[in-house]
Design a protein around this ligand. Structure first.
Ligand code: HEM
Length: 487
């Protein structure tokens, strides 16, 4: 049956995803606090869309953040990198500081510098290069499954984060099971989080801001030392390697390509961009499959008969790709991204002064009924017929700044998931709290996702959805899950 949204979540956050029109001549503006926005991104996005429709602004004093919900606005902004600049890091720190160097990665660059760096950084992510990663990806999957025991209860998000830290340090830095890589991964997650909280705080007068600013500068020094040490370890290893850092270093040495400063910034951003987004995508996909036993049974059958990653006779998308695309539609790991206009612009009903933050979000755009029928339903087969544009469906962003690691992330997911699922049954722990929140721009499970792992060899391939608590019903229908008893 269809689990109704909980009364408490409905009281504060709208549930439907129709796009109402802009009403009358009034500007679609809500007065509020940016600090509150940074504390409840998901609720704010849902409320603004519900109230204002395709485009909205949150106003705090004299400042505005503009939110785009409609694919036409996404197209206007994302395709025009000249007018709309990326600003992933609001705080660059003093010149020659660690903070300045660490925020030097691709996500923070614009104009010619972005084009030049993107050309170089994208080299290791081409289809030809990532073909080299197949064996390593499978080996990491084997190691992770070997670490599980039958009947074990785990937080799957923690498991997937650990898994992706290993995969990322292996593929990006060529370092197998390196303790320092774990430390760096955790530090990057913390540092990105501090940047986002403070980045929003910096837009408006806020007492907390100055203390935490000093804390951020000190933290970035610690992180930079460790990223430099990873680079040093990589350089010290004489064996020829296809990991991303080796390719970048080789290009650096052969062409004088990336400066050391750029290398630190790129390494840090690549590591952060790769492991957290992909770990959350793993988690959400395993969660959605577990809560949809009818889909899971088909996936299991296709793994058994070897067709899981095979296109259909008429070129239909392989089942594993349908599952991943659909999971990234319903619960996209990247919750929102941001641009600023570097000249005054007219955007829909707004005349925006230079430097206005502009947010776009797949969380809302992926749920528009005008593009996707029953948008909150997890229905992998919709991908047999639906063909949304890159501005209607944009889990990896769009336009000239499209994610360069998208094909690698897809390869990791489509190679690893069948390996996990062939041996293990993932069942959500009944009664557990599955709450989505947007933190550091990513949609992640606030309290993890508690799941029990059982070996098919012991338990047989039976699949059951579980009653759960939390706010996930705001984003996903779980029609196969029994209702949770009232708390
Ligand atoms: C499922 C996994 C992933 C998701 C959902 C994801 C999502 C995104 C999104 C939405 C953007 C665009 C941000 C914007 O427009 O402001 C982006 C950019 C980027 N991503 Fe990913 N990403 C993933 C995996 C990866 C991986 C594996 C890597 C590298 C190893 C990576 C590296 C990058 C880089 C360097 C950019 C900046 C591109 C530019 O500005 O030119 N991502 N990603």
């Amino acid at each position: 049956m269809i689990s109704p949204p909980s009364a408490s979540s409905m009281a504060t956050v709208p549930h439907l995803m129709q796009t109402p029109p802009v009403v009358g001549g009034a500007l679609p503006v809500t007065d509020g606090s940016f600090v509150e926005f940074s504390r409840d991104v998901l609720g704010t996005l849902l409320r603004l869309h519900q109230k204002h429709g395709p485009i909205a602004a949150l106003r705090d004093g004299t400042q505005k953040i503009v939110f785009l919900f409609d694919p036409a606005y996404n197209r206007q902004v994302l395709s025009d990198a000249k007018t709309y600049h990326a600003r992933f890091f609001g705080i660059r720190g003093p010149k020659r500081s660690s903070q300045r160097r660490l925020t030097c990665g691709l996500l923070a660059m614009n104009g010619d510098q972005h084009r030049r760096n993107r050309r170089m950084v994208k080299e290791p992510f081409g289809m030809r290069q990532i073909a080299h990663y197949d064996d390593a990806i499978l080996r990491f999957a084997e190691e992770t499954t070997a670490s599980w025991s039958d009947g074990q209860a785990v937080d799957v998000n923690e498991e997937m984060t650990r898994h992706m830290l290993r995969v990322t340090s292996g593929l990006l830095f060529g370092l197998d099971d390196n303790d320092l890589a774990y430390v760096v991964g955790e530090q990057i997650a913390e540092w990105v989080g501090m940047n986002h909280e403070l980045g929003v705080g910096a837009l408006v007068p806020n007492d907390e801001f100055s203390d935490r600013y000093e804390e951020l500068l000190a933290y970035s020094e610690k992180l930079e030392k460790n990223v430099m040490e990873l680079i040093r370890l990589r350089r010290a290893d004489p064996k020829p390697s296809f990991d991303v850092l080796s390719i970048l270093v080789r290009m650096h040495d052969a062409e004088g390509g990336l400066s050391d400063e750029e290398l630190v910034g790129q390494a840090c951003v690549l590591f952060g961009a790769a492991h957290m987004t992909t770990a959350h995508s793993f988690t959400w996909t395993l969660f959605l499959l577990a809560q949809h036993p009818s889909v899971m049974r088909r996936v299991w059958g296709a793994i058994e008969d070897g067709t899981i990653d095979r296109e259909g006779e008429n070129g239909e998308m392989a089942l594993i790709d349908r599952v991943i695309k659909e999971s990234m539609r319903v619960l996209p790991a990247s919750g929102y991204s941001q641009r600023i206009n570097n000249e005054p612009v007219r955007l829909g009903p707004f005349e925006l002064m230079r430097g206005t933050p502009i947010v776009f979000t797949p969380i809302i755009t992926h749920k528009l009924e005008s593009t996707f029928e029953n948008p909150r339903l997890f229905d992998p087969d919709r991908w047999l017929t639906t063909k949304p544009s890159g501005y209607e469906y944009h889990p990896f962003g769009g336009g000239p700044r499209l994610c360069i690691g998208g094909p690698l992330a897809m390869k990791i997911l489509r190679t690893t998931l069948p390996r996990f699922l062939s041996e293990w049954r993932f069942t959500v722990e009944p009664g557990s709290d599955v709450t989505a929140e947007v933190r550091s721009t990513m949609l992640n499970p606030k309290n993890g996702v508690r799941m029990r792992l059982n070996k098919h060899a012991e338990a047989g391939p039976t699949f059951t959805a579980s009653p759960i608590r939390g706010n996930i019903d705001l984003l996903a229908d779980l029609p196969e899950a029994p209702e949770a008893p009232a708390a």
